[in-house]
Design a protein around this ligand. Structure first.
Ligand SMILES: [Zn+2]
Ligand SMILES: [Zn+2]
Length: 207
């Protein structure tokens, strides 16, 4: 019996290195993040560098965002004064105004939204909003991983027949895996897909 007895890392533990698709040349780029203050390993205290060996692209400090945005409006209706609360779907581009109709009087008007970087899309890395490179379809789902260490960790978990899940680590990466990944009936398929992802990565020349 193979026992999975590794520490219960949170997903963010693996995010210090992310293989991502370069927005300029579509090769594999790296997003490397240094945590300056281990005690306060919060996102804003991190410095992330995006670099691509193939086209020479370098971006620092998360200034540029390649992902999508969500607009948020919280303002009185210009017609009847009721509160207009609206959160847009993730959008490719921001715009100065969003046209929204009031729930109460149904009047359509353009309002100035606040824009936020949309980070809930898990097959994208959280610093620049790029697609992660290590992703593969499994039935109608997507399996994604930040790097090879992350991949190996998941592989060790999937291989193990004895999985300790005693609820101590409520917010760990493993606990938060979707059921289709944990399901024993998908074990062989997922191992095969993980193996293929690994092969794909190793086959890339001049990394
Ligand atoms: Zn590139
Ligand atoms: Zn209104």
């Amino acid at each position: 019996m193979i026992r999975f007895d590794q520490p219960a890392y949170p997903t963010a533990y693996f995010s210090d290195l992310v293989y991502a698709i370069c927005p300029q040349c579509r090769h594999v780029a790296k997003v490397e993040t240094t945590i300056h203050n281990q005690a306060k390993a919060i996102l804003s205290k991190r410095q992330s560098v995006l670099s691509c060996k193939y086209c020479g692209l370098v971006q620092v400090n998360n200034q540029k965002w390649y992902g999508t945005y969500q607009g948020f409006v919280n303002t009185p209706c210009g017609n009847c004064g009721s509160r207009v609360l609206f959160t847009s779907k993730p959008l490719k581009k921001t715009s100065p105004l969003l046209t929204i109709s009031c729930e109460v009087c149904k009047k359509e008007k353009a309002y100035q939204p606040q824009w936020f970087r949309y980070k809930n899309d898990h097959s994208k890395e959280p610093y620049y909003g790029l697609d992660v490179f290590l992703q593969i379809g499994v039935k109608n789902h997507t399996l994604w991983l930040y790097n090879l260490k992350h991949l190996q960790y998941l592989k060790d978990y999937i291989v193990a027949s004895l999985r300790e899940d005693d609820g101590r680590h409520k917010y760990s990466m493993i606990t938060n895996l979707p059921q289709w990944v944990k399901s024993a009936k998908n074990r062989d398929l997922i191992l095969k897909k993980l193996h293929r992802l690994e092969q794909t990565y190793h086959a890339i020349p001049n990394k």
